[in-house]
Design a protein around this ligand. Structure first.
Ligand SMILES: NC(=O)c1ccc[n+]([C@@H]2O[C@H](COP(=O)([O-])OP(=O)(O)OC[C@H]3O[C@@H](n4cnc5c(N)ncnc54)[C@H](OP(=O)(O)O)[C@@H]3O)[C@@H](O)[C@H]2O)c1
Length: 287
């Protein structure tokens, strides 16, 4: 199979890529730096002689670059694993003027998967969206009136923790978008599923965390899982026979689990879909 993995230059995405290569799949590793893609490819090639690896440079925080990536991928992939995400300061803004976490974590998969679905048409494919722990996310519902986290006070009383709460909202957007896209693609052969990788401390995700949040991420280290464990559910969703044909689900340790009611409410799904379409300049309607 031909599998696209975003955020493949390190952490969980690199390990997913390596496991795919070990299983004989062709992997297209997406990253924002050609140098970091080459380094990750080199590490995988060393561990997996004969690995079939290609690189695609795309800064996923920029809608124009995501769009160009989605339009140039050829041949079309059999699987897309949307894995890239950041925890970034609230005032970090992209070159297109969007809040960085909203753009990277939510708008990028929104644009990439919508355009690829259109290009795939009647062909079969699996889309996997790497989310976060459904239990933890219950406490960070998406504020549909404030997608760019401008109202800081609603993000909690501790300033250093607020980026983590905003990140949690973007991970809820992942779940919501997954459900909404699966529903719109119900008549196609494309499946869309989300999943939590697990808490993994050997990654770069916490690199921008400061203050109490940095302390918190250190405290959860003893409970952390390995990269192999963290990459397991996304890898399984992408390749295993069991989830074939399943769509619109959310997985934790290979089991379909419910997510919070605020991620499944149809009116909220429509609203997020339409607001996101307006932000990235895609039509809300999918035909
Ligand atoms: N680690 C955990 O405990 C945990 C828990 C729950 C969910 N997750 C989820 O697991 C996924 C992977 O996280 P991780 O822990 O492996 O983090 P990570 O090590 O920081 O990896 C994130 C990847 O995304 C890439 N990326 C970030 N911004 C990008 C951009 N603008 N354009 C292109 N690529 C970009 C990074 O590339 P660069 O090399 O260029 O930075 C890196 O390859 C994320 O979706 C995260 O939300 C992780």
């Amino acid at each position: 199979m031909r599998v696209v993995v975003t955020g493949a230059t390190g952490g969980i995405g690199e390990r997913i890529s390596r496991r795919l290569a070990e299983s004989g799949h062709s992997v297209i590793m997406v990253g924002r730096s050609a140098e970091r893609i080459d380094r990750a490819r080199g590490r995988i090639a060393e561990a997996v002689p004969g690995a079939d690896l290609a690189g695609e440079v795309s800064d996923l925080s920029l809608t124009a670059e995501v769009r160009a990536l989605a339009e140039r991928l050829e041949p079309l992939p059999d699987v897309v694993i949307n894995n890239a995400a950041v925890i970034a300061p609230l005032d970090a803004v992209t070159g297109e003027g969007r809040q960085l976490m909203l753009a990277t974590n939510h708008l990028a998969p929104y644009v990439l998967l919508r355009i690829l679905a259109q290009r795939l048409g009647d062909r079969p494919a699996r889309f996997v969206i790497v989310g976060a722990h459904p239990g933890g996310l219950r406490r960070t519902p998406v504020d549909l009136d404030d997608l760019e986290f401008r109202n800081r006070r609603t993000l909690g009383p501790v300033p250093s923790f607020r980026p983590f709460v905003a990140y949690g909202r973007t991970k809820n957007m992942n779940a919501m978008f997954g459900y909404a896209l699966a529903a719109r693609l119900a008549d196609t052969m494309i499946t869309v599923n989300g999943g939590h990788p697990g808490i993994v401390d050997q990654t770069g995700l916490g690199r921008n965390c400061i203050g109490l949040l940095r302390l918190f991420t250190t405290m959860i280290n003893p409970f952390a899982q390995s990269l192999d464990e963290g990459s397991d559910t996304p890898f399984w969703l992408a390749t295993a026979p069991e989830p074939a044909g399943q769509t619109g689900r959310y997985y934790l340790r290979r089991q379909a689990v419910p997510t919070a009611p605020h991620t499944t409410d149809p009116a909220r799904l429509y609203r997020l879909w339409d607001e996101s379409a307006a932000l990235v300049g895609l039509p809300a309607d999918v035909s």
